[in-house]
Design a protein around this ligand. Structure first.
Ligand code: CTP
Length: 418
């Protein structure tokens, strides 16, 4: 079969209005991550925002001219403020200062940012950032209540330490991953009906497993779960119903996904079996190969003269292989991962056969690669048809490409079966 990518509605047009706050620098990271996820970002900066970050750095990251001035004829000719208000799929205001919120609530239109906000009929998400006293002030709270009543969505503020030393409370800009989750959740309903995986059930395993030694200690590995969470978000963005079965990880929960949290490999297998049937199953978890034979129910104590305990290990069930051999319940497309530290392709090809997977996504996880816990990944896609070497990409992009390709493959398999 020839391999192509389905045209998907995953990439959105986002207009980012950057307000003048110390947190404005976080917009640089936000833009980079949004673009990694396939979105297009155009930015408008208020006058005071330009005191904190330069239009030059914002423009370099968006790859678009940054707009700053309502009365600039060049800018108005290039893209008038009314088109700027109507073209995007969503407008994000971050950081939204107390002053900007007040001007929005009052319906002002005395600069480009507020004129666009007044002219738009698109969803608007604001992420406030200010000193806690300013946030708690009655005037700000009155404006927030008004804006919420007007249908404006809010992300945050988060609670924590402020830039001013010794100040803490509500007022921090939400972290970038949470802001992205809030932005993408606006498109969820849409994706469910229009995506390439609409009506399909995608099952994903992710993260490490923890195998208990006693009630306090366990065996684990360095998996962060990032790639699995990105796969779940990518499948959701294509309209799939997603079940994400994850070991213990510290990641923000993607919205619009059923998350099942487990600890051990045995629990993961049980949860996977309970979630079947599925159209696609992706096994991204770093399942512990062994568990402790007889975990102690009480904490193991050390005592002088007592020998260090010996752990006897038993092999865990191979979840991928079990599901790939589950007869009529076998998902139509079974995708495994091969995390290797040497001879990546040779090991991965063996796994394709021994695990009975349709594809193996192989990656080098040697410490020098920085993949474990890192943001990017360099993968090889091994199928019965051969090997594809993909360039280094963010984990979000890898996830998006895998799910797009899976949608094409699933469609081909269904058509062949009919
Ligand atoms: N896997 C699984 N259940 C296990 C072990 C692995 O489902 N008990 C899945 C992983 O999620 C991954 C694939 O099998 O998709 C390969 O896992 P990996 O640990 O790389 O392979 P192993 O079979 O454990 O082989 P080895 O540790 O010898 O490399």
């Amino acid at each position: 079969m020839s391999i192509g990518f389905v045209a998907v509605a995953a990439g959105k047009n986002i207009l980012l209005i950057i307000g003048g706050g110390i947190a404005a620098y976080k917009c640089l990271e936000l833009i980079r991550r949004l673009r990694d996820r396939g979105h297009r970002v155009r930015a408008v900066m208020t006058k005071s925002a330009q005191q904190f970050v330069t239009p030059l750095s914002v423009g370099a990251l968006t790859n678009e001219r940054v707009l700053t001035d309502l009365f600039n004829l060049d800018e108005e000719r290039e893209i008038g403020h009314i088109r700027l208000a109507r073209d995007p799929d969503v407008i994000v205001v971050a950081p939204a200062t107390a002053n900007l919120l007040a001007r929005m609530a009052g319906g002002h239109a005395d600069d480009l940012a507020t004129a666009v906000l007044l002219a738009t009929d698109k969803p608007v998400l604001v992420a406030p950032a200010m000193n806690p006293a300013m946030w708690r002030n009655k005037a700000t709270q009155r404006n927030v209540t008004q804006l919420k009543a007007d249908g404006i969505r809010f992300a945050g503020p988060a609670v924590g330490e402020m830039a001013e030393r010794g100040e803490a409370g509500p007022g921090r800009l939400v972290e970038v991953p949470e802001l992205i989750a809030a932005i993408e959740s606006i498109f969820e309903g849409e994706a469910e009906t229009s995506g390439a995986l609409a009506g399909r059930h995608v099952l994903i395993t992710s993260g490490p497993t923890h195998e208990p030694i006693d009630p306090i200690r366990y065996l684990a590995n360095r998996s962060s779960g990032k790639q699995g969470f990105e796969l779940a978000a990518a499948a959701r963005n294509l309209g799939a119903r997603v079940t994400l079965i994850t070991g213990p990880v510290a990641l923000p929960e993607p919205q619009g996904i059923t998350i099942v949290r487990i600890k051990t490999a045995a629990e993961m297998l049980e949860a996977v079996q309970a979630a079947l049937p599925a159209d696609i199953a992706v096994f991204a978890a770093a399942v512990a190969d062994w568990r402790v034979d007889a975990p102690q129910t009480e904490k193991i104590k050390k005592a002088e003269g007592k020998r260090a305990p010996t752990l006897t290990l038993t092999e865990n069930p191979d979840i991928l292989r079990t599901i790939a051999q589950s007869g009529p319940l076998r998902p139509r497309l079974v995708i495994g991962f091969a995390a290797e530290t040497e001879d990546v392709l040779a090991h991965a090809k063996k796994k394709l056969k021994s695990k009975r997977a349709d594809w193996i996504i192989a990656n080098d996880v040697s410490p020098a690669s920085g993949v474990m816990g890192g943001e990017s990944n360099t993968v090889h896609v091994i199928t019965a048809g051969g090997v594809e070497n993909w360039p280094e990409m963010s984990k979000a992009k890898v996830a998006q490409r895998i799910m797009e390709r899976a949608a094409v493959e699933l469609h081909a398999r269904r058509t062949a079966a009919e």
